[in-house]
Design a protein around this ligand. Structure first.
Ligand SMILES: [Zn+2]
Length: 417
């Protein structure tokens, strides 16, 4: 399946090339008008994401420029049907022309998103407003044949993309395992060897003639939080995922932090217990050994909780709230073990804001509040410092898919600077 045309939009600011940026005689470096225009468009789009629908006057105030400048930036985006004007609210009418809020057009080209986990593929379309549609799911044999996997992936994506009215901006992939996001390669997935070494970005780019980006699952959760969730408008926060594994990702000073070739964020393997329990990675005492589901289930069995093999944070909270003391005590230990890793992060990066995903998110506000209490007890607090621990309430699968779409936004529209 190939789309006949590429999207006509050029919203993002490109990386300035030598043609755009030339040092002057005195070594002063300026950027060309076209690059400036793209940067301004990116900033206006980001302001709308961060603040919700805004009138031209509001946008001018937020950007510190006059209305004429804002109109010059937004008008082409309205003509391209990327933005739409909402109805003027009567309260906005102050004698002049009533202000009409601008926001993303639900009919604008969408973003393609893929969530790739061992054995399962989920694909969908994500509107610029964050709405998820055309979800298609498929299964594959994680130990099977490479060509069979590629065929299933192409079929699943084709089924989703064929429901788009206009060519999507691109396809974002959130994948389990070790990912080289710079080169678009899945380096290794222990639970799905069929994916190991797969240059998935190149394969899909050639097949669909669309831009494709890939990143690892916890980082997609972070990007989903930043664009469409509790990280919206924040300059510093981390996403923490707990489940069979433990992972995370950071948004630092307004940017996604990736590390070398996307290798940053292996939080599960930071050591919290010297010479502690053996970890899947071959080392000992990793955070994952005391804060992932396998630990929780082992401890649940040890203290005699019913059906320990399938216990989750959600069930633990329920049992604790209905008066089970052992469940309450285990929840306390689980959230404390999670808090220790967050404390190390807080001492290192001082992000002050953490969004929980995966099993802990299933424990909702109760689990988040317990983690927060432990963090505040364990960390060296500065005066007036507040640490926020939240859960992203829309569910991990949807956040990861929105995050995969957000990767396309960030990469090809260059909205996050
Ligand atoms: Zn480890």
């Amino acid at each position: 399946m190939k789309f006949d045309h590429q999207p006509s939009y050029s919203l993002g600011h490109r990386t300035p090339s030598s043609k755009d940026v030339a040092p002057g005689e005195n070594g002063v470096t300026l950027v060309s008008q076209s690059v400036l225009g793209a940067i301004n468009r990116g900033r206006v789009l980001q302001a709308l994401y961060d603040n919700g629908p805004k009138s031209r006057a509001d946008l001018a105030r937020l950007a510190g420029v006059n209305r004429t400048t804002i109109t010059g930036i937004v008008q082409p985006m309205i003509e391209e049907q990327l933005l739409v004007e909402g109805d003027a609210s009567p309260s906005d009418f102050k004698g002049g022309k009533p202000a009409r809020p601008l926001y993303f057009n639900p009919e604008a080209p969408v973003l393609g998103a893929v969530l790739l986990l061992p054995g399962t593929i989920q694909t969908c379309l994500v509107a610029l407003t964050g709405e998820i549609k055309a979800v298609t799911k498929a299964e594959f044999d994680p130990f099977g044949d490479r060509q069979a996997f590629i065929a299933i992936m192409k079929d699943t994506l084709t089924s989703t993309l064929s429901q788009a009215h206009r060519a999507p901006f691109g396809i974002g992939i959130a994948s389990a395992g070790m990912i080289d996001s710079d080169n678009g390669v899945i380096l290794a997935v222990n639970l799905a060897p069929v994916l190991t070494g797969l240059p998935l970005v190149k394969i899909l780019q050639e097949h669909f003639s669309l831009p494709v980006v890939i990143d690892h699952h916890p980082r997609a959760l972070l990007v989903g939080d930043r664009w469409f969730g509790p990280g919206r408008g924040q300059q510093n926060f981390a996403a923490i995922y707990t489940g069979e594994v433990l992972g995370g990702a950071f948004f630092i000073d307004g940017k996604v932090y990736r590390g070398l070739a996307g290798s940053g964020g292996e939080l599960g393997h930071t050591v919290v217990q010297i010479d502690g329990e053996a970890c899947n990675c071959g080392k000992r005492g990793c955070w994952e050994t005391v804060a992932a589901l396998s630990w929780l289930r082992r401890e649940a069995a040890r203290i005699g909780l019913p059906q320990p093999g399938s216990i989750t944070c959600a069930r633990l909270v329920k049992e604790a709230e209905s008066g089970s003391e052992p469940a309450d005590a285990l929840l306390e230990r689980y959230t404390r073990n999670v808090a220790f890793g967050i404390v190390n992060l807080q001492q290192t990066l001082s992000l002050n804001s953490y969004v929980l995903h995966g099993d802990l998110a299933g424990g909702g506000a109760t689990a988040a509040e317990r983690v927060r209490r432990h963090v505040e007890r364990l960390v060296m607090m500065r005066p007036n410092q507040e640490i926020s621990i939240t859960v992203n309430g829309i569910g991990e699968g949807h956040t990861a898919l929105r995050g995969a779409a957000g990767l396309v936004l960030s990469s090809h529209l260059k909205v996050v600077i």
